[in-house]
Write a protein that binds this ligand. Structure first.
Ligand code: CA
Length: 336
């Protein structure tokens, strides 16, 4: 069976030829299968691929030599042994920044399950035990990850998409590095440039989203991320974006929104939950909605189970997809 993505439906080529379209929501592997292996490692991406995700997410930051690498934060000290290997390279704030290291230096680091810099304790206690079961996990570049995904698409006969996020573009520019201008040509070189290509570009900063569409001429799909809080550090007014007028204006720039879960559904108690009108309003404006993040080991406050969360997101709220640390759990729910 071969799967390709047409529009937003998952389309499968049947063994005897012919096509079957599934219009189920998309399973977006959040930082890979990060519930099971350290986030953003190639191992985590390969596992997410094998578990059946439709899209794999890449968070992108730049190195000192302007290479986009796949990391969730502009810091590397909560997912690697940088503090041991390069103790003298921290900034005055005590943090180690990817942007202060060349890609060759970052490649020397070992990646581990996310931990708290101060205590060294794992953020998610039940996840991959890096302390007792270490492995040769490394930071990967955007290109290395695209090669892995396209290689798997070839060997497995599927068409799994990518979901790259431009991280903190305003901060990067203040540091003298234009991350979007570096990432877009790489995406184009790997065949991600139009709305027919299996790629959603995402960003939390409205000014950059507009710049990517305007000045930088991105023609592919794009999603505006929306935080739980009212305003972003860069000044993006998320509250205003979620009004009907805000969504109508967004629809002139992007194809969808990626709001935090709490903007879609909230629980007052295990049996009392409330779906907000955001998905409906976004759909009325012509936008798809991909909320973040399903974590079976860290459910939203008051939510009794992963099943209840999936039911609220998909059956009640009608989300078009979801970012999930556990792509197999989300896919199993959708298939039931
Ligand atoms: Ca992200």
């Amino acid at each position: 069976m071969k799967t390709i993505l047409m529009g937003l439906a998952v389309v499968t080529m049947l063994a005897g030829g012919g096509w079957a379209a599934e219009t189920r929501p998309l399973v977006i592997a959040h930082r890979g299968a990060s519930g099971y292996l350290p986030e953003h490692t190639l191992a985590s991406k390969a596992l997410a691929y094998g578990l059946g995700a439709d899209f794999l997410e890449q968070d992108l930051v730049l190195t000192k030599d302007d290479v986009p690498v796949v990391l969730h934060d502009i810091f590397v000290d909560t997912v690697s042994d940088v503090a041991k290997r390069f103790p003298e390279r921290k900034r005055a704030d005590g943090r180690y920044y990817a942007l202060d290291f060349t890609v060759a230096e970052l490649k020397q680091l070992r990646v581990a399950e996310r931990f708290t810099a101060k205590t060294g304790e794992a953020v998610f206690a039940q996840r991959y035990p890096s302390a007792v079961a270490p492995a040769e996990f490394r930071i990967s570049t955007l290109e290395e990850e695209l090669q892995l995904i396209q290689g798997l698409n070839r060997s497995m006969g599927r068409a799994v998409g990518i979901y790259p996020e431009i991280k903190q573009p305003k901060w990067h520019r203040e540091q003298g590095h234009d991350i979007s201008r570096i990432v877009l040509p790489i995406l184009a070189r790997y065949g991600y440039a139009t709305k027919q290509d299996a790629c959603f570009l995402q960003c939390f900063e409205l000014a950059e989203v507009k710049r990517i569409r305007g000045e930088l001429g991105w023609k592919g799909r794009m999603v505006m991320l929306i935080e739980a809080k009212a305003k972003g550090a860069d000044g993006t007014d998320y509250g205003a974006l979620c009004t009907e007028a805000g969504l109508r204006e967004l629809a002139t720039v992007v194809d969808g929104i990626g709001p935090s879960l709490g903007r879609i559904v909230t629980w007052a108690s295990a049996t009392e939950w409330k779906v907000t009108g955001l998905v409906q309003a976004a759909h009325a404006a012509g936008l798809v909605v991909h909320p973040y993040t399903v974590r079976v080991d860290e459910l939203p406050k008051g939510c009794p189970s992963a099943d209840a969360l999936h039911a609220a997101l998909f059956r009640e709220a009608k989300s078009d997809g979801v970012f999930t640390d556990f792509p197999d759990v989300t896919l199993a729910w959708l298939k039931r």
